[in-house]
Design a protein around this ligand. Structure first.
Ligand SMILES: [Zn+2]
Length: 689
């Protein structure tokens, strides 16, 4: 019998074979865009055959011949998808983008057909009905419950005409989401503000000038400097540039991504998606799309989400008001008149930070070298979870900037997985930072260890220079590495419960929790050495960094929470009708009393989390998880040891390695001994009392 992931394709197509590479790493150098279309077609056909065989099985439906059989099906498809979806995010091109547009409705139709197959659901339902009599272990019972729920939520119980309509809606939503993401990438990669003269560089630190020179050269303007919309350039530019008019010009382009008119404008896409999502929720028996999405999360209801967002909104606004007054006073002292504009906020906030805490981003930055911060993230995982990381220069990634590491268990030498680091911004990469898997972990059918990637958008240094990070960048590296550990440490039987396949408002716990170790003495004192002098970061600077932790948290909480509230409002419509997304956004911001000095972190026309990622009615998830991560790290603080072996052991067992094998609230309580309270969150953000 041929291996389940090999596909009937011409021998020249790498997806025709089992990969005889080390760790069965995808043979990136051999995979071309033209291999992917045929491979998808073959993989979808093979998956359909596998499903048909399950449905046609004459034996009584049972756990093995139905639920486990579904788990075993689709190996070829997940191998092709693992390569394709990672490349479209991290290193795309026109051929891949065309394929993405072509394939998104095709794969949507494929999954609709499976999830609404009457014969298949009858078997799943029959197994579910006798679940208590099957002698299943806890993970099997969870898989059965999750599988059954997945079918019901996909429309398996609908009448035939409603199924047809739902499939059409899902197909259209998939196509729109793809287009939305491509439009944002287009607006981001096509924009560059070219600075022609020295005056335009006033106030900019050397690291930023170097990154801007490189960005200009990449865009065909050697010898000049470019402001691009990559966060690693635009944010420091807004912070340091003393040219208010240039700041305003760049900020305006940044905040208008997706609404520039022409064929990359996302407004009509948003209106249609909101309308279709409301209709979908109705078909499935929910009042609104938010009710539908939240029913399958820890939060459970829109009321619970609103409760948390409103708990922080009023104190955050009050705090932001005090921050704005400080900024305005400073600006007036410099002879500026009028209120602070959104394009001014970062600039004056940095000045207040320098005055209040004597912390200068340009002085700090040489202490945060990418290589050393990454090593710190590795070594913390060594201390907490007993892992070792070894660079494997012999393994070839999908881009020259990519580095591959083998992860092993230090004590036994056992192979844990591969970790791929892809840290630098480039035009072929979408913005933001994320973790993803080329292959997930599972034990069913033989142990398979994961291949996990972290993708970031840090500014690439000039040749021969060390890459330097801001504190936010360094925290992002730890964040994404926390997700990576969730994938790498996964230790479950069934692949669909593995790693990060957990509730959306639980998935940020492992990542946000990991950020806390970045600010420990262990990391700051030992890993943050000055790039030129090699001197460790002075103790007084560390003290200042810690003291400044709640600085600007009014701003950060307002820009985040307003985005989450707008997301929730769009998806709380019972009938969407013909909405104008920008008017709707403006009305919601007016309703919640949005401060004029601050804009949403992600305005609607480029809110990719919500309109092309998986965070629709879900942007609140970061805050929901933060309630847990703040509370969870308190356990280590209370124990007086941030590397407490006992706590780390429970953390690994119940959270980092457990995937979705347990209800998330139960998993948290097993780690902490109780459910979380929001006290630690309010404390951490400086919003208490
Ligand atoms: Zn995250």
């Amino acid at each position: 019998m041929s291996a389940p992931e090999a596909l009937p394709l011409p021998a020249a197509n790498p997806f025709a074979h089992v990969w005889e590479t080390p760790f069965r790493l995808p043979p990136f150098a051999a995979i071309r865009p033209e291999h992917i279309g045929p491979a998808f077609e073959a993989a979808l056909a093979k998956h359909r055959e596998e499903i048909a065989a399950i449905v046609a099985d004459p034996a009584e439906p049972d756990f093995a011949n139905t639920i486990e059989a579904l788990e075993r099906a689709g190996r070829g498809l997940s191998r092709v998808g693992g390569v394709f979806y990672n490349l479209t995010g991290a290193d795309t091109n026109e051929a891949l983008q065309a394929l993405e547009r072509e394939l998104s409705p095709v794969t949507s139709r494929h999954w609709s057909a499976i999830m609404m197959d009457d014969g298949l659901f009858a078997r799943v339902d029959a197994v579910f009905a006798k679940r208590d009599a099957l002698g299943l272990d806890a993970e099997q019972a969870r898989l059965l419950e999750r599988t059954h729920r997945g079918f019901v939520r996909s429309g398996a119980r609908l009448a035939p005409e409603d199924k047809t309509r739902l499939a059409a809606i899902d197909e259209r939503l998939a196509a729109l989401a793809t287009q939305f993401g491509q439009n944002v990438l287009k607006d981001e990669s096509s924009y560059a503000l070219i600075i022609e003269d020295e005056a335009g560089l006033a106030g900019l630190p050397d690291f930023l000038k170097a990154a801007m020179a490189r960005a200009a050269a990449d865009r065909g303007h050697p010898g000049k400097h470019a402001v691009t919309l990559s966060r690693s350039i635009i944010e420091p530019f807004l912070t340091f540039s003393t040219q208010a008019a240039l700041r305003e010009e760049a900020f305006s382009a940044w905040s208008r991504r997706g609404e520039t008119g022409g064929d990359s404008d996302n407004r009509a896409i948003v209106a249609e998606m909101v309308r279709l999502r409301a209709e979908k929720a109705k078909l499935l028996g929910y009042a609104t799309f938010a009710h539908f999405k939240l029913d399958d999360t820890m939060a459970k209801t829109p009321e619970n989400v609103r409760g948390l967002l409103e708990l922080v909104w009023a104190p955050a606004k009050a705090r932001a008001g005090r921050e704005a007054a400080d900024l305005a006073a400073l600006a007036q002292g410099e002879g500026e008149s009028g209120p602070i504009r959104p394009s001014d906020w970062r600039h004056y906030a940095e000045k207040v930070r320098q005055q209040t805490y004597a912390l200068d981003e340009a002085v700090l930055k040489p202490y945060f070298q990418l290589d050393r911060v990454r090593q710190a993230a590795f070594d913390v995982a060594g201390k907490l979870f007993g892992l070792s990381f070894a660079e494997r220069p012999d393994l070839v990634g999908y881009h020259p900037d990519v580095t591959i590491y083998e992860v092993t268990e230090t004590a036994s030498g056992r192979h844990i997985g591969l970790f791929i680091g892809d840290y630098f911004a480039r035009a072929s990469k979408r913005s933001g930072a994320w973790m993803s898997a080329f292959r997930g972990q599972r034990r069913l059918g033989g142990e398979v260890r994961p291949i996990i990637v972290n993708v970031c958008n840090f500014a690439k240094p000039a040749d021969g220079e060390p890459a330097l990070l801001s504190i936010d960048d360094a925290r992002t590296l730890f964040h994404e590495f926390g997700h990576a550990l969730h994938g790498l440490l996964s230790d479950v039987t069934y692949g669909s419960l593995a790693g990060t396949s957990v509730a959306r408002d639980f998935v940020e716990l492992p990542s946000q929790l990991y950020e806390h170790w970045f600010l420990t003495d262990e990391v700051l004192g030992r890993y943050c050495l000055h790039a030129q002098t090699g001197e460790p970061i002075p103790g007084e600077l560390i003290a200042k960094i810690r003291k400044a932790q709640t600085f600007n948290q009014g701003f950060a909480t307002v820009e985040y929470t307003s985005s989450a509230l707008v997301d929730l409002a769009f998806h709380s419509l019972e009938e969407a009708g013909e909405i104008d997304p920008l008017a709707f956004e403006a009305a919601e911001l007016a309703r919640i009393g949005m401060p004029a000095e601050i804009t949403m972190r992600h305005r609607t026309p480029h809110f990719t989390h919500v309109f092309s990622g998986g965070y629709s009615a879900g942007y609140y998830s970061y805050l929901w998880s933060e309630v847990m991560d703040a509370d969870a790290f308190d356990a280590f603080t209370e124990a007086g040891d941030v590397f407490s072996a006992e706590l780390a052991g429970r953390l690994k067992r119940y959270i980092y390695s457990a995937g979705d094998t347990r209800d998330p609230a139960e998993a948290y309580a097993l780690f902490r001994g109780r459910l979380p309270t929001p006290d630690a969150l309010l404390e951490k953000r400086g919003l208490k009392g």
